[in-house]
Design a protein around this ligand. Sequence first.
Ligand code: NAD
Ligand code: MG
Length: 401
Amino acid sequence: MTSAPARRLVLLGSTGSIGTQALDVLHRFPGIARVHGLAVGGSRPELVAEQVLAHRPEHLVVSDVARADEVEAAVQRACRTSGLTAPRIAAGQDAVIDVAGSLGEGDVVLNAITGSVGLLPTLAVLASGARLALANKESLVVGGHLVTEAATPGQILPVDSEHTAIAQALAGVRHDQIDHLVVTASGGPFRGRSREQLAGVTPEQALNHPTWSMGRVITTNSATLVNKALEVIEACFQFDLPEDRVQVVVHPQSIVHSMVTLVDGATIAQASPPDMRHAIGWALAHPEKLPGLATALDFSTAQSWTFEPVDEDTFDAIALARAAHREGGGAMAVYNAANEEAVDAFFAGRLDFLGITALIRAVLEHPERPRAAHADGVAGLLAVESWARETGQALISSRER
Ligand code: NAD
Ligand code: MG
């Protein structure tokens, strides 16, 4: 590569699991885009400094204002030592939204923030006209109608192995030729356990995922199957289908990343070893294919791939999400917010493992739960969300007493 690529990239959440793997892909394939901006939470100042030296962004945003000075000091120090000009540094959530919306057509923004805090940055990218490589599934799940209405056809490319797989399987398929989607699930670390066996599960055990290495929230969500529940709803919005046409199947090897069954009875699958860099590179480079992006499957040795139904009696997260999605009106925003509060409480030792989906259910079934009307837009959704967080917190505290 002789000259810098014309396409610019903003990476939101660069120090996370997806963010670091995305920079790894860019390091290996510098022709994809040049890094224009990075946004981080702020918990890993030295890593941010390393990323600035390696990728030379013009803009750096630290969302957590309390951590901004420490990150800025680390970045300034590293740039001084290397004789480089430091990027422009801004702090706060509004600055994240600004950098998210700072590019335009022909550019790409990868949203790899965790949680529904990714919604406003997602909307900012869509308004800017840039491509949105979307790892932050929460923004699509929580604000599904707003997000899909704001997007032009093809503007959102999913960075989630299942949805990336479905998008690949759908190449050349018309929407009316789809019968249903089959989303695969590893089953998480507790596959095969009964509810009784889940009662005493610790955060450490929940973080021990059998096939994927990911951030804390999504790993916990994989253990409760909340992640799969969010992915069913993500698929409904991404591929414009009702939830009863999105099936889930447990596939412990995590090699078939998802499938599409067509009206003629054929099922098309996408398979590759579990490595998120494949999904990231696919979305960033689309429609190009990056040679050697991931190690291909090796069929010279015997292997077996197995599929089994989900144990929905033990893991109720998916059924709860399907009902919330059918209801609409911000119910999925409530579901997601309650889960985010529950996961924090689980790690703080304030809630047990089965208490996570029990809390989601309790907040959804609360008699005073507000509904978001479509006309209320983002503000309405955010109001419903903050009600759900407060109610979740109150229920957690009352159970502790
Ligand atoms: P992570 O917790 O490892 O990383 C989150 C990143 O976002 C960090 O860099 C953090 O500093 C940053 N951040 C936090 N709050 C921010 C804010 N307000 N503004 C800007 N940056 C902020 O999470 P992850 O595992 O990389 O997951 C990121 C998203 O991708 C999640 O939505 C997750 O569900 C999705 N996803 C992850 C994987 C995976 O393999 N990790 C796979 C599929 C989808
Ligand atoms: Mg996934």
